[in-house]
Design a protein around this ligand. Structure first.
Ligand SMILES: Nc1ncnc2c1ncn2[C@@H]1O[C@H](COP(=O)(O)OP(=O)(O)OP(=O)(O)O)[C@@H](O)[C@H]1O
Ligand SMILES: [Mg+2]
Length: 376
């Protein structure tokens, strides 16, 4: 259903309720007037009761449609009431006068009730707005508490990791040297050579891990220089081409023209995009695609990495940027934590959104050069 049709569908019940209310008001006025006309003038008490009943449609008119509704209902009621005064009470001057006074009261009442109802409604709307903005403020507070909690943990963890990684690096270098000497002395093709090879590979992995630790724990400030995000995406694609082919995943680029150079640390942002695209490839099944879309929003250069994986489980959503959170057997859980640190140091944002219809979208926003100047 289009937005236009939806608008019409919402109008229909409202129009029907106006029709019902209008009909009820007219029926009430017509009913009371007929009672006046069919009741003998000698039954004055009954006529008094009908006079008071006339206030009912006026009050409802004012309640439903405000001051204008009240006055309109009073006018309609009067239009039915005045012929009755002239027809039945023309010879009783005092009583006629009191009935005319009642016609004036109809209008005053309709107007007053309508104005009061209007004021009350405005007050209610103000309270409702206040409640909504309070709710929003509350939500923002909760979010920022969550950020603080994470930042706190990050800094404590950063110190431990930095110290530990540093201490590990030296013995690691020693072991690596020793292993190289052993490897150079054993004969190729022997089991010893094979073990030395395994040792070497595992050591390299450990070195990589320690390196990542240090990047995470001791982030250096980004060295901002004008750089083309487009070239960075190309570089990442070249680095990950083999991985994508191995998993039979196609990398697709979408880039509308006009994304001007951003002010960034190309090496760090390469690492961010690399991590996110690699996650996308890992999540996507064979035959699927990972799309990398560059775009511009007011104040931001945006890179979306869109995968066709299973998406992020709701219970993981709050944790994927936490250091060491991983669901992969050989993952370190540092990829997104490092990426988020780098992006924040660039005064940008990174967020995970649900993909459509499946998968996930990682949206990286980096400030356009003007807004960096404006922010500092
Ligand atoms: N595109 C994605 N689709 C689904 N889940 C994802 C995606 N990207 C990240 N995740 C989830 O977030 C977790 C953390 O990701 P992160 O990149 O930080 O670590 P990792 O990929 O597990 O390990 P590492 O990147 O250090 O090798 C992942 O283990 C995975 O559960
Ligand atoms: Mg990863």
């Amino acid at each position: 259903m289009s937005g236009h049709e939806q608008g019409h569908a919402a109008e229909r019940p409202r129009a029907r309720s106006h029709l019902i209310r209008g009909g009820a008001l007219l029926a009430a006025v017509a009913g009371i007037s007929s009672l006046h006309f069919v009741t003998d003038p000698s039954r004055i008490v009954l006529h008094e009761v009908y006079n008071y009943l006339c206030y009912v449609p006026i009050i409802f008119g004012a309640y439903w449609y405000g001051a204008w509704g009240g006055v309109a209902a009073a006018a309609i009621t009067s239009a039915a009431f005045i012929p009755h005064i002239r027809g039945m009470w023309i010879h009783n001057e005092a009583y006629s006068a009191s009935l005319y006074a009642q016609v004036v009261v109809f209008h005053v009442l309709g107007l007053t009730v309508g104005l009061l109802v209007g004021a009350q409604r405005r007050l209610t709307a103000r309270y409702r707005d206040a409640a909504t903005s309070l709710e929003r403020a509350n939500r923002e507070l909760r979010d920022s508490r969550e950020h603080l909690r994470r930042a706190d943990r990050l800094s404590a963890l950063g110190e431990i990791a930095a110290g530990l990684a540093h201490e590990i690096q030296n013995p690691l270098a020693g072991v690596k040297g020793a292993l190289e000497i052993i490897a150079s002395r054993v004969k190729q093709g022997t089991p010893e050579a094979e073990f030395a090879g395994i040792g070497g590979r595992e050591l390299a992995r450990l070195e990589g891990l320690v390196g990542e630790f240090l990047t995470y724990a001791r982030p250096h400030d980004p060295a901002l220089r004008p750089a083309d995000i487009h070239e960075i995406v190309e570089r990442v694609a070249a680095l990950l081409r083999a991985e994508a082919e191995r998993k039979a995943v196609t990398l697709v680029f979408e880039r509308p023209a006009g994304l001007s150079p951003l002010s960034l640390d190309a090496e760090q942002i390469t690492q961010v995009i690399f991590n996110v695209v690699l996650n996308g490839i890992q999540a996507t099944g064979a035959g699927g695609r990972v799309r990398i879309r560059e775009s511009v929003e007011p104040g931001w250069g945006v890179v979306d990495v869109i995968d066709e994986g299973p998406g992020i489980r709701p219970e993981h959503a709050l944790r994927i940027f936490d250091p060491f959170f991983t669901t992969k057997p050989r993952g370190t859980g540092l990829g997104l934590a490092i990426s988020q640190r780098i992006v924040i140091a660039h005064r940008g944002t990174i967020e995970a959104l649900p993909g459509s219809p499946t998968g996930s979208v990682f949206r990286i926003r980096l400030p356009l050069p003007d807004s960096v100047a404006g922010a500092s």
